[in-house]
Design a protein around this ligand. Sequence first.
Ligand code: MN3
Length: 212
Amino acid sequence: MAYPFTLPELTYPEDALEPVIDRQTMMIHRTKHHQAYINNLNKALEPHADLHSLCGGKLCRALSTLPESIRTAVRNNGGGHWNHKAFWTMLCPASQSGAPSPALAAAIDSSLGGIEAMKTKFGTAAASRFGSGWAWIVVKADKTLAVTSTPNQDNPLMSGFVEVEGVPILGLDVWEHAYYLNYQNRRPDYVSAFWSIVNWSEVSRRFADTTV
Ligand code: MN3
């Protein structure tokens, strides 16, 4: 059963992503911001027992079928929960970052023109997302990869609500709360530094799960 949702444990210490993501930013981001999405999601779903078996990803995919009275709350807070839960796993200490699997590397070459072109496209998506949101690499229905971005706590699972639909395998939070203490207005510096703490083994696993 998915409900009530709870804050997942990190698989690395709070300060393990320094200097890219400092301990205080990680602590506030996770225990205040992420926790608030969870609290608000639980509150919205409380009267809807028929939805309590759905995980965050299924809630996002089913958004258009949810009762209108909770659709916006689930969009913002179910999205907020799924996005952050996935994000923490997509990161790891720089010493463990590794590299894309051969299958993922081949898909990056064929769909995105190689790893450097991928980073450029992703950086542009992250930098040009006006206001708050996320940058993503997704696997589309035709199994090709695409780079996209979404506003607020939307994600590419939200069928009917986003420009590019697909299964995210890598995401980057570009809300100011994700980087402001360390980078202030320098979002592009945060985006560049992010590559050194990408958990490529987890991203490759997500890619493999999506393409089987
Ligand atoms: Mn965030």
